[in-house]
Structures are given as C-alpha cells and as structure tokens.
Design a protein around this ligand. Structure first.
Ligand SMILES: Nc1ncnc2c1ncn2[C@@H]1O[C@H](COP(=O)(O)OP(=O)(O)O)[C@@H](O)[C@H]1O
Ligand SMILES: Cc1cn([C@H]2C[C@H](O)[C@@H](COP(=O)(O)O)O2)c(=O)[nH]c1=O
Ligand SMILES: [Zn+2]
Length: 225
C-alpha cells in the first residue's frame, strides 16, 4: 500500500511538472500567449525551445528567434544546446529590438537566455502576446547563488504556461535544479558551460566544495543507495 501511494504521488508530481499545452484543445482559443521554459543549466531548456519552434515551423507558422547579443558561448548567431542542436536566431542588444523585428507578421517568437535581458523584456513579451503572438521564452530561473535571475520571476508570474525542466545532479544522480559555479568569479554574469558550472540537486548545491564530482561508476553506486 505504501509503495502504491509513493508511486501514485510520484506520478502526480511528474504530471504537475509538465504543464505545457500538449493537445490542440489545451491551447487558448485566442491567439497570443506567453510560455516560459525554466530550470538550471543543462536541464534541456534550449532543446525544448528548439523542439517547440521546429514544430511551429512544420505547421508553416512564421517563427522568429532571438537571443541576447552577449551570449556568444557556442555561436554568434545560432541558439545552440549543450548537445549541439541548433537553430538560427537574431542576436539583439535590447528587448525593444525584438518588438521592432517581430511585431506584426510573426506567429511565434522564441527567446533564449532570457535571464540576460533587463526587466523591459516582460513588457515586450506582454505586448507581443497581446497582439496575437505566441511567445516562448527560455531562461535560467536562478543564478549560481540560487537567486532569481533577471526578468525571469516576472515572466514566470505572467505566463499562461510554465515548464520547469531538470538536469541530472553530477554528484549524486538526482534531479538537479541548481547551477553550481566551479569557476572563481562572483560576477552574476559569467558565460560558460561544464568548464564553469555543474548541475546539482539541493543537498549537493548546499554542500558546495565538500562534495566532489564523482566518476560515472561512483554515480551509479550512489543511485543504488
Ligand atoms: N548534468 C546534466 N544533466 C542533464 N543533461 C546534461 C547534463 N550535462 C550535459 N547534459 C546535456 O545537456 C543537454 C541539454 O542541453 P540544453 O538544452 O542546452 O540545456 P539548457 O539550455 O537547459 O542548459 C542534455 O540533453 C544532455 O545531452
Ligand atoms: C548560473 C549562471 C549561469 N550563467 C551563464 C552561463 C551560461 O553561459 C548561461 C546559461 O546557459 P544555459 O543555456 O542555461 O546552460 O548563463 C551566468 O552568467 N550566471 C549564472 O549565475
Ligand atoms: Zn546531488
């Protein structure tokens, strides 16, 4: 009985995590709305953004994709995931450029690395959604100290649909919601990937330097306990 209840509550938890619209009947009847994909680094935000935008293109919708110009980590123009999926985008310095370039004839607007934009992104997304555009935003909900990052909290509060994705904790194999910084910098913005960050669960994030990233064999051993 206990095992059944545990299994059932896990099932409910997983259902709650995936609140994106999946069937046509789940979408609002009106045209414009805001979707936010959030989570830690390596959680699959960019993969999920690319998946949704690709499907919109297959449906012959007019799609425009933007990212902050400062994000030159993998490519100057493309949005690129950690596993090398990519899609062409327009790098912009500020959110107002998104409205200028996408307002009007665009069905779907995708925005990656939203945490790097200023708060004006919230109003720009609202204006686009109000005028009938489906807006899909992906970004880090928390910075390396676990603080809400840039415009993400307000975007999450104002979105019709929110999807929080999780990485795998590199220390213990559990679900990871935190981006632990291993590089010696205290600036909020520090571009990087596995050279500078690790995906970690809450206990491993809190344990900090006292937890060392184990090899794969140790990770498998941890999962058994
Ligand atoms: N610790 C990790 N947990 C999960 N996926 C990881 C991890 N480290 C690397 N990856 C890779 O990262 C991919 C997700 O990349 P991406 O969509 O760019 O994530 P995000 O945009 O959230 O940083 C995964 O499919 C996987 O191949
Ligand atoms: C936690 C954290 C991350 N960053 C940077 C590091 C990367 O360049 C991006 C996140 O990219 P991803 O697609 O989510 O992997 O953000 C930062 O500047 N500050 C931080 O605190
Ligand atoms: Zn962990």
């Amino acid at each position: 009985m206990e095992a059944f209840l545990m299994g059932f509550s896990h099932f409910l938890f997983v259902c709650l995590l995936f609140t994106e619209p999946r069937r046509h009947s789940d979408f609002p009847r009106h045209r414009g709305w805001l979707e936010v994909i959030c989570g830690s680094m390596f959680s699959g935000k960019t993969e999920e953004l690319i998946r949704r935008l690709t499907r919109a293109r297959i449906a012959r919708q007019r799609v425009e994709i933007f990212k902050p110009a400062l994000d030159t980590r993998y490519h100057a123009q493309d949005v690129v995931s950690h596993n090398q999926n990519s899609i062409r985008s327009t790098p912009v310095q500020s959110p107002s450029e998104i409205l200028l370039l996408a307002g009007g004839a665009t069905d779907v607007v995708g925005i990656d690395e939203a945490q790097f934009f200023d708060e004006s992104l919230v109003e720009i997304c609202k204006q686009l959604a109000d005028q009938g555009t489906r807006v899909i935003v992906a970004g880090l909900d928390m910075d390396y100290l676990g603080r809400p990052f840039g415009p993400m909290p307000a975007l999450l509060a104002t979105a019709e649909f929110v999807t929080k994705v999780h990485a795998v904790c590199v220390c213990c194999g559990e679900l990871a919601a935190y981006s632990y910084r291993i590089a010696a910098s205290e600036k909020q913005i520090l571009l990087g990937e596995t050279d500078s960050y690790e995906a970690r669960c809450r206990p491993c994030f809190l344990a900090g330097e006292s937890v060392k990233t184990p090899g794969h064999e140790q990770l498998a051993e941890n999962k058994k306990h």
